[in-house]
Design a binder for this molecule. Sequence first.
Ligand code: ZN
Length: 194
Amino acid sequence: MSEPKKIPEPPVTLPCEICRDLLPLVQDGVASPESEAAVRAHLQHCEACRALWPEAGENPAPAPLPDDEKVVRKLRDRVNGWLLTFIACGLIWGMASSRLQFLNGLLFVLIFPFVSGFTYWMGGRVWRAIPPLAAVLWAVFNLVDTRRYFVPEPSGTIAWIVSALAGAAVVAALCLIGALAAALLKYAFGGKTK
Ligand SMILES: [Zn+2]
């Protein structure tokens, strides 16, 4: 929970001398975000310093204020929670569809790439968890589900394990293909989303 007493504020009361010392660094884009926020805050209130950098008001770079960061983080958390739900539903659906009738069974070939591709598009690095996760899920699901199809003998057991592992590898590959396709699409559409 947040403490109402402790609200971090950017240092607004920057002395003019320090502001002018930092100004070249900010103009060159090498100042720390804190310094830049302080300088910009000072410029808003100090005409004498603003006269040294008239363009400052024209291209207000997004000063990383604590409140903005908090909002962004909250938004990201919400997107991640939503995305994780999507991933869970997608993987379960993919597993389930692989066990249905033939046509439905083919759906998983589309579902797994779609889940990882969409996650790559939306969530950045979260997608990396999907291929191994899907592979493990697939292996476990198949080891449990298909046991009855194999003869309970050593050769049958090996075939049973091999088929589950091969399926898991295929699923992981499908997920990678989906992420790769999303990466290509993202690249093709330029750096609109960072
Ligand atoms: Zn000043």
